[in-house]
Design a protein around this ligand. Structure first.
Ligand SMILES: [Zn+2]
Ligand SMILES: [Zn+2]
Length: 120
C-alpha cells in the first residue's frame, strides 16, 4: 500500500482558511480535531497528554503550512458574528475566546479587530 501525502506548503502563513484546504488536508484537520477532543477527555481523567497533543498540532501545522509557535496548538476560528463566515485555522495563542450561550467560541485576530464579541 502506498500512502500519498500532500506535500507540506511552506509559506510561513499565520492562518489558512479551512475551505481553502485540499480534501486530504480537510480530512487531516478533522482527524486532528477528533484526536484533540480525545486527548482533552483523557486529560480530564488525569492522563498526561501534553507532549502528544503538542506533537500532533506541530505536525499538522507543518502539513498545513502554518507557522505555529512552540508549545502552541491550532484552532479554527468559530466566530459567530462574521460577515464572511470566517473559518481561519490559526495558532490558539492568537485567538480570543468568548462564551456564546454555553458554547465556547474562538475568534481569530482579524475577527477580534473587526467585530470583537464578549459573550454572555
Ligand atoms: Zn468573525
Ligand atoms: Zn476569524
Amino acid at each position: 500500500m502506498t500512502l500519498i501525502l500532500d506535500r507540506p506548503v511552506r509559506t510561513n502563513r499565520t492562518a489558512i482558511s479551512h475551505r481553502d484546504l485540499t480534501p486530504a488536508q480537510q480530512n487531516g484537520w478533522d482527524s486532528l480535531e477528533e484526536l484533540t477532543y480525545d486527548l482533552e477527555e483523557a486529560a480530564k481523567k488525569g492522563a498526561n497528554v501534553v507532549a502528544e497533543l503538542l506533537l500532533a498540532h506541530a505536525t499538522a501545522a507543518q502539513f498545513l503550512g502554518i507557522d505555529l509557535p512552540a508549545g502552541d496548538t491550532l484552532t479554527k476560528c468559530s466566530c459567530a458574528g462574521c460577515p464572511d463566515d470566517c473559518d481561519a485555522i490559526v495558532p490558539f495563542s492568537a485567538c480570543a475566546e468568548y462564551l456564546d450561550g454555553n458554547v465556547q467560541r474562538t475568534q481569530c485576530t482579524p475577527c477580534v479587530k473587526d467585530h470583537r464579541r464578549y459573550g454572555n
